[in-house]
Design a protein around this ligand. Structure first.
Ligand SMILES: [Zn+2]
Length: 309
């Protein structure tokens, strides 16, 4: 499926060579030949050609975006998990197993972020399956390292190195693409650091829906004071809600995440007269379709909610 473009081009080229004897027999046999060639190519055209892109799968759209930035024209990149899913609990349907088997390389976050999808990838992959958090500094097993732009840069370097491993001819392309993108991430990181530092120190406190922001908090000088759902897929207990209510007292804003039902957080916040804004973690939202946009969205929501310039 991912190979349709390449197959189409090969099919077209071959048709001009092989179709001459059929010309006088009319248009229908010609179409049959074209279709047969296209199907044969799509089924496994292993002839090397410069139109054969590296087929990349990444668990989250966020990592797919990073891989697209590095892979450029040499890679066809898709995300395994659909937009807006709760990635912690999402179960990959059996219909995606064929895509997994066809991919040349698969990028996962690891640390059980995409537990079931990761298992399917490891079981069915024909190429390498790379965990992007491998060898990075992990806090308490928390998987959300990419929400620190400095650590996101480490993901990008790993993607560059692994793409180069499976496609050495692309080395200079991957290096140039990664260098440009890493520069963009460095500017983003500095901008976030500078902007979030304008929030008054006493208000640099985070109440979020799920426990996704430890790395962001550590990098940009915020303190996590409460998390509504301590574990993925878990509903807060009455005691959790009591503790949440205490924690919210005096914070300027709390943050929900669009992929989760935040009714409890909204209720407690309303009781305390605290405004509720959004932070993005594992998934995009309307108007946000890249990692850099996601981080800028978060920066703006933090400043809007907690004060700052
Ligand atoms: Zn998460």
């Amino acid at each position: 499926m991912l190979d349709l473009q390449g197959a189409g081009r090969n099919g077209g080229r071959r048709m001009t060579v092989t179709s001459r004897p059929w010309l006088r027999l009319g248009i229908i046999p010609l179409l049959v030949v074209a279709m047969a060639v296209a199907i044969a190519c799509a089924d496994g055209d292993d002839e090397p050609s410069d139109t054969d892109n590296v087929r990349v799968l990444a668990s989250l759209e966020i990592f797919a975006d990073m891989a697209s930035n590095v892979g450029g024209d040499r890679a066809t990149v898709a995300a395994l998990l659909p937009s807006g899913a709760d990635v912690h609990t999402y179960e990959l349907p059996p219909s995606r197993v064929a895509d997994v088997a066809r991919a040349d390389i698969i990028f996962l976050n690891g640390l059980a972020l995409e537990e079931q999808a990761g298992e399917i990838a490891r079981t069915n992959a024909s190429g390498p399956v790379i965990e992007l958090t491998e060898r990075l500094p992990v806090i308490d097993g928390n998987p959300h390292l990419w929400l620190d732009a400095g650590l996101a840069a480490r993901y990008v370097e790993r993607i560059r190195d692994e793409l180069t491993n499976i496609d050495p001819d692309g080395r200079t392309v991957y290096e140039a693409n990664a260098a440009a993108y890493l520069e963009e991430l460095e500017s983003l990181d500095l901008e976030m650091e500078r902007t979030i530092s304008t929030i008054p120190a006493k208000d640099r406190r985070l109440v979020t829906f799920h426990d996704a922001f430890v790395y962001l908090a550590q990098r940009y000088g915020l303190e996590i004071v409460a998390v509504v759902a301590p574990s993925p897929g878990q509903e807060p207990s009455a005691r959790d809600i009591g503790e949440l209510s205490d924690a919210i007292e005096g914070v300027p804003a709390v943050f929900k995440e669009p992929q989760f039902n935040a009714a409890v957080l909204e209720l407690v916040a309303e009781e305390q007269g605290v405004q509720v804004l959004n932070l993005l973690s594992d998934a995009y939202v309307d108007g946000v379709s890249t990692y850099v946009q996601l981080m800028r969205f978060n920066m703006n929501q933090l400043v809007e909610g907690l004060g700052g310039d």
